[in-house]
Design a protein around this ligand. Structure first.
Ligand SMILES: [Zn+2]
Length: 217
């Protein structure tokens, strides 16, 4: 698991989803135990020995480095969503730009996004604070991707770490694709209502949370 966290961190850095020491990852390894990334380390160059073990209140139990200062945001999700297995946070440029503008990419345009991502915007709170942790935790009910205004993106998965990373990657790809599409100066074609319903049905089968199907989350 530690190696997988390092691998996903490298993929995030290679795709410019993390800058400086930014971004962090967390994986539930027991009901009340979470493996997470350390603070002040590039996510592209972590070693398994850098990782930290914390409880759900953020108390560090093992690891030589200090746990990420943003752990409360991850723990907020992992506490409120007992089925959440992993959380991934980064500052991907296109998604973060949407967050600065206070926008989400429109729905009904990209099938992959409709299938796997349920996104919402969180108002700005200082990174690392319990206010941000509480805000994100409440929005994680019904959404697997939270765009934090003036900050970045956090995604979670009930399956595994790579799946949480996929949400972030699909979200970022949709933001980038939409920005390119509107520069083509043509009317954008929407996925039709019937086809959209098919995607929503597949999404329900994949267990993707959706506020339009809140009772099934
Ligand atoms: Zn951050």
């Amino acid at each position: 698991m530690k190696r997988q966290i390092c691998d996903i961190g490298r993929r995030m850095w290679q795709r410019s989803y993390v800058d400086g020491n930014g971004g962090n990852l967390a994986v539930r390894v027991a009901p009340n135990l979470v493996l997470c990334t350390p603070t002040m380390v590039s996510k592209g160059f972590m070693e398994p020995s850098d990782l930290c073990l914390v409880d759900l209140d953020g108390r560090q139990l093992a690891g030589t480095g200090r746990r990420t200062s943003e752990i409360l945001m991850h723990l907020g999700i992992l506490k409120r969503q007992p089925r959440a297995q992993a959380t991934v946070h980064g500052h991907p440029p296109y998604g973060t730009a949407f967050g600065i503008a206070g926008l989400l990419p429109p729905t009904g345009l990209v099938s992959e996004y409709e299938l796997f991502v349920s996104a919402v915007i969180a108002p700005y709170h200082t990174p690392g604070t319990s206010e941000l942790g509480d805000e994100v935790a409440s929005l994680a009910q019904g959404h697997n991707t939270i765009l934090m205004a003036n900050h970045g993106v956090v995604s979670w998965s009930q399956n595994h770490l790579e799946d949480a990373y996929f949400k972030l990657e699909i979200f970022e790809a949709c933001c980038q694709t939409y920005l390119i599409a509107i520069q083509l100066n043509r009317e954008l074609s929407l996925i039709s209502g019937g086809h959209l319903q098919q995607l929503l049905e597949l999404r329900r089968r994949f267990g993707v949370p959706d506020p339009r199907m809140i009772s099934e989350v």
